[in-house]
Ligand binder design. Structure first.
Ligand code: NOJ
Length: 571
């Protein structure tokens, strides 16, 4: 049974006023606000996996025209920028993360003219476009690699990482691909091995070669000229390798592919990568653009490095440590939030095309819809920029393949059954309750889960208690309330084991967020004197509470199981 959050008439009126508030459009068009914040610090980002979003030509695979047709939906939802995962020409071994031409669109997704139309239509709605920049590697079908491979004397030979083997059919060292097996492949054309951190069809570029850097930076300039507002940088951790190819330390045990566990000491997070990011940032700055990083850091110190010592690297390194807090633990979230909040401008994600959907990661199987709202209440009210993943706003679930023969993602075939691959989190967007959830009238490239009958845009738009409506209200508030956009973060009641609560304070006002991460009703008491607020009451802005009052006492605030309460506090 789905729960409903009820809003009394006055709160509804308030929300209606918020919906039509003109500040929204203004915030989207100005680059820097009075507080020195840039456009991307106000923006709500939304990741689109183009194969799975909307299929305009009914071949079972989503496309750019499909995305264009859904821009009004995104605008209404409160999205300011879309990050489109790779839609460049590609053999699709890694579903686009194997790029064979950086300056074009794969015919499967449309044409450059379709892209230009998408850009134009998005821009009309105040929505910016972020492209995915796959800079660690190309496809083995890229012209650069074909040239590089052709002979040792080819001018592009040194654009990739070629080495002699150790004899006896042995690779140059012990490095392993993160997708299983050795990270080296022998090529008989020249009798040397090439390095690939990902699939063998994804040879790593040699970033020590200045010609590679120039060519790749020019790719970003080319897209900036077409109007894009930034890039999500794929696999930045692995740009550089130790030039002496020292063997990595072997760790105890084996991974999902049966390979020995290994510390990627000499082929991951080498200091040289920061120089590239600093120079790439200069190009971004010349174009008022943002760089978002796929940064898999193991602690806050590492995350901090990605911002650059002088804030001169990535504006938005994603905090994946947040996704590793895989349980409803106020203590662990508090710790993680405090860490990232001190590191720089936080970037919060709950899941993406490589991570199991948050709906199942946090859900307990019984209250998943409430918990989906609870998690929205968390990452959309924190100080920082949130990046949503398509379908999160309707409570899409993972739909993992049940049989090996159904798996599309190659790692799911190599690692079956321990690793089922990433198909489950990449299924078609659920637009309505018709066949294939309205994604296509063809055969979708991945199957739609049964829950699409209830969890889809059309149905949820009609239900005031739906996850989608909660997201819409929340995003409206986020754009509307200065404290949610600009305010500092203060953790409250820090020893509470069940309820995560905090204040977002901006000038004379603040927004109080109370998130009950437990399955029982909790009563909370807040003393906000330390933060400069003596008022004993909060004005309700948004809540999942069944019969919310317009005002609540801060000394006795009751919150339902997995409930969210967001209220305004003034001096
Ligand atoms: C990270 C991307 O998110 C993932 O989908 C891809 O397989 C690897 N990088 C390789 O590009």
């Amino acid at each position: 049974m789905r729960t409903h959050f009820c809003l009394d008439v006055r709160i509804y009126t308030l929300l209606a006023a918020i919906f039509s508030y003109p500040l929204l459009a203004a915030a989207q068009s100005a680059s820097v606000d009075a507080n020195g914040h840039q456009w991307w610090q106000h923006a709500v980002f939304y990741e689109i996996y183009p194969r799975s979003f909307a299929d305009s030509n009914n071949n079972g695979i989503g496309d750019l025209n499909g995305i264009t047709s859904k821009l009004d939906y995104l605008k209404d939802l409160g999205v300011d920028a879309i990050w489109i995962t790779p839609c460049y020409p590609s053999p699709q071994v890694d579903f686009g993360y194997d790029v064979s031409d950086y300056e074009n669109i794969d015919p499967m997704y449309g044409t450059l003219a379709d892209f230009d139309r998408l850009q134009e239509e998005a821009s009309k709605r105040g929505i910016r476009i972020i492209m995915d920049f796959v800079l660690n590697h190309t496809s083995d079908q890229h012209a650069w690699y074909k040239e590089s491979r052709s002979s040792k004397e080819n001018p592009k030979r040194d654009w990739y990482i070629w080495r002699d083997g150790k004899g006896n059919n042995q690779p140059p060292n012990n490095w392993l691909s993160t997708f299983g097996g050795p990270a080296w492949k022998f090529d008989s054309t020249t009798g040397q091995w090439y390095y690939h951190y990902f699939y063998p069809q994804q040879p790593d570029l040699n970033w020590r070669n200045p010609a590679v850097e120039k060519a790749m930076f020019d790719v970003t300039r080319w897209w900036y000229k077409r109007g894009v507002s930034g890039f999500r940088l794929d696999a930045v951790d692995t740009l550089f390798e130790d030039p002496d190819l020292k063997n990595n330390p072997i760790l105890p045990g084996r991974n999902k592919y049966g390979d020995p566990n290994m510390e990627d000491k000499y082929n991951k997070k080498l200091p040289e990568l920061h120089g590239v990011l600093q120079r790439l940032r200069k190009v971004a700055d010349e174009n008022d653009a943002v760089l978002i990083g796929e940064t898999w850091t193991k602690n806050i110190a590492e995350l901090r490095e990605y911002y650059g010592a002088h804030g001169n690297e990535l504006q938005m390194p994603m905090d994946f440590l947040f996704t590793r807090v895989d349980k409803l633990s106020p203590a662990e979230f508090r710790k993680q939030i405090a860490g990232v909040d001190s590191a720089g401008w936080p970037v919060y994600v709950l899941s993406n095309h490589d991570i199991v959907r948050s709906y199942v990661r946090y859900g307990d199987g019984k209250h998943n819809d409430q918990i989906a709202k609870l998690m929205a209440g968390l990452y959309l009210t924190l100080r920082g920029t949130p990046i949503m993943y398509y379908g999160e706003e309707i409570g899409m679930t993972n739909n993992d393949p049940k049989r090996k023969e159904d798996v599309k993602d190659p790692i799911g075939r190599t690692g079956w059954p321990k690793e089922k691959g990433r198909d489950g989190e990449r299924t078609p967007m659920q637009w309505n309750s018709s066949k294939n959830a309205g994604f296509t009238v063809g055969t979708p490239w991945l199957p739609v889960p049964a829950s699409a009958i209830t969890h889809n845009v059309q149905t949820e738009l009609k239900d005031p208690g739906s996850i989608l409506q909660f997201y819409r209200h929340l995003l409206t508030l986020r754009h509307r309330e200065p404290a949610l956009r600009e305010g500092d973060y203060f953790a409250l009641n820090e020893s509470d084991p069940n309820v995560l609560s905090y204040l977002r304070k901006y000038k004379n006002e603040a927004v109080l967020v109370v998130l009950n991460m437990s399955g029982s009703t909790q009563t909370q008491s807040f003393d906000l004197a330390k933060q400069g607020f003596t008022s004993s009451r909060a004005n309700t802005l948004l809540t999942t509470q069944p019969s919310p009052a317009e005002e609540l006492s801060l000394s006795k605030l009751q919150i339902e199981p997995f409930g969210v309460y967001i209220g305004k506090v003034t001096k």
